[in-house]
Design a protein around this ligand. Structure first.
Ligand SMILES: [Cu+2]
Length: 235
């Protein structure tokens, strides 16, 4: 019979109890705590105008627990980043506890006797996470996965011929780039140099190459050696 991963975790950590997990429950329920201690997850809110996206955790009033997004949709997968978690703890015999299965650490929890709302700001890094009621982890639990944000690759082009060396833009935003370099001169190269980058074709090379690189904020110089007179401003 297949055993869900979160149950395995519960069994593995069954002897890691905290006071709030056992205070209000008979001995038979003292297998409790799903998740370990936390090291990472509380960070000060950096505060954008809109604030981090909201998550909503709910436990009780019955033997139910859930995590949803701000629109009430059940959460299975999240993109790594900062979130504001609003927990509706609706029962004095349940709590809402979150931990990382990847790092085996507890991130946050409400106390079992507590009833009401609590807000947490947390930064989720890629990995597997589980939430549960510490008093009833077998009946009240869920998991989700945090994935890395997608990396967007932008494109630029450059060319060098017998007379000029040019790039397709004079300014752009920092990021991950694919730069297509068309070198149509057997005697001149194309050379791009700036923060974190120093790439060039050889003077004898003639053809097209693609460079994948990260452009950071600053001014990049480009051209055909030894005259790197072109400028690319990266903000
Ligand atoms: Cu419970």
């Amino acid at each position: 019979m297949a055993i869900p991963g979160s149950y395995v975790l519960i069994l593995r950590l069954a002897n890691e109890l905290t006071g709030s997990d056992v205070d209000h429950h008979p001995a038979g329920m003292r297998i409790a705590v799903v998740l370990g201690l936390l090291v990472l997850a509380f960070v000060p809110a950096t505060g954008t105008a809109d604030g981090p996206p909201q998550l909503v955790g709910t436990d009780g009033p019955g033997f139910t627990i859930d995590l949803t997004d701000a629109n009430g949709r059940h959460v299975d997968t999240l993109v790594a980043g900062q979130y504001q978690l609003l927990v509706h703890d609706l029962s004095d015999i349940h709590n809402w506890a979150l931990g990382s299965q990847t790092t085996n650490t507890r991130i946050l929890q409400t106390d079992v006797p507590f009833v009401g709302d609590q807000t947490f700001t947390l930064t989720l890094i890629p990995g597997r996470y589980a939430y549960a009621c510490s008093a009833h982890p077998f009946d009240m639990n869920g998991t989700f996965v945090v994935v890395p944000p997608a990396v967007t690759t932008k494109s630029l082009s450059a060319k060098v011929d017998a007379r000029t060396a040019t790039m397709s833009v004079k300014q752009t935003a920092a990021g991950h780039y694919r730069i297509t370099v068309r070198d149509s001169s057997k005697t001149r190269n194309f050379h791009l140099v700036g923060p974190g980058v120093n790439r060039h074709t050889t003077k004898a090379f003639k053809g097209t190459v693609t460079w994948t690189l990260d452009l950071g904020a600053g001014t990049y110089r480009f051209g055909s050696d030894p005259r790197l007179t072109g400028r690319l401003a990266v903000s």
